[in-house]
Design a protein around this ligand. Structure first.
Ligand code: ZN
Ligand code: FE
Ligand code: FE
Ligand code: ZN
Length: 264
């Protein structure tokens, strides 16, 4: 019943292992299907942590090699696309470059030169209050939802990655994004990647997830693997959380169509 749609390849420059090795680990852990979601290429040199546009055919080839090695495991084609205001038409162009099963929308950039999860930019946190960073992050997440470009959103509260969290109730930060996501019909990821980061917590927080459930926002569970050993990482913990919140189904995708998977 479980599947993992968020995994990377060496083409982004900060992940290791052939997709074949991720597939092998998925079978070992009993996953029903997997999907790759490399950081999307940009038309120009943009930063140093995404696949180059010229490597896109290689990306498709790596997946084909994994499918050939493990023909019983469905391996979906996705991309993790940065939502960057003003660059929406590029995502539309990318979406036509292959028959994608899903596009993940991700907010990493909260300013043109600040990818908020980048450990090399931790100094930036000292230049403004945490409240302002959170406000900016969730405003961008709302815009990503409103764009209608994506099938689901990655790591919904990634901004907490290093443990920078405002005091008090966090719902005021979440609310606008939750409303935008609910209106869009998009799903969100429950990502175990946060457990491997400084914050030591699933993305999103239990409060965010409860509010998402109240608004009928669909979910799926993913690992954001950057190494084969991370595939399906701590999925039992994520599953326990989503069941406790009240979820009874997950959402998978084929050719950008959502499919409801009952939680057994
Ligand atoms: Zn990455
Ligand atoms: Fe990401
Ligand atoms: Fe990722
Ligand atoms: Zn990611």
């Amino acid at each position: 019943m479980l599947f993992d749609y968020h995994m990377h390849t060496p083409l982004c420059g900060h992940a290791v292992g052939h997709p074949r090795e991720y597939a092998k680990e998925a079978l070992r852990k009993g996953l029903a299907e997997i999907g790759f979601s490399e950081h999307n290429p940009m038309p120009e040199k943009f930063d140093d942590w995404r696949m180059n546009l010229g490597d896109f055919p290689e990306y498709l080839k790596l997946l084909t090699e994994a499918r050939t090695t493990y023909p019983t495991l469905p391996i979906r084609l996705g991309l993790e696309c940065d939502f960057i205001p003003g660059r929406e038409s590029w995502i539309r162009e990318l979406a036509k470059k292959a028959e994608f099963d899903y596009l993940i929308g991700a907010v990493h950039y909260i300013a043109p030169d600040w990818d908020v999860d980048n450990p090399l930019k931790l100094d930036r946190w000292k230049q403004q209050p945490v409240e302002e960073v959170w406000t900016r992050y969730f405003r961008a997440l709302s815009q990503a939802a409103q764009s209608g470009l994506f099938d689901f959103l990655a790591h919904p509260d990634l901004v907490k990655k290093f443990g920078h969290i405002p005091q008090g109730d966090l719902l005021p930060y979440y609310r606008e994004a939750l409303e935008a996501i609910a209106t869009s019909g998009m799903a969100i990821e429950v990502s175990t990647a946060g457990l491997r980061k400084e914050v030591g917590e699933i993305y999103p927080s239990a409060q965010f997830l409860r509010e998402a459930f109240r608004r009928n926002i669909p979910i799926l569970i993913s690992s954001d693997s950057h190494a084969p050993g991370e595939v399906g990482h701590e999925f039992s913990r994520a599953l326990a959380l989503v069941k406790e919140v009240g979820y009874r189904e997950l959402t998978s995708f084929q050719k950008r169509r959502p499919i409801k998977i009952p939680i057994s």
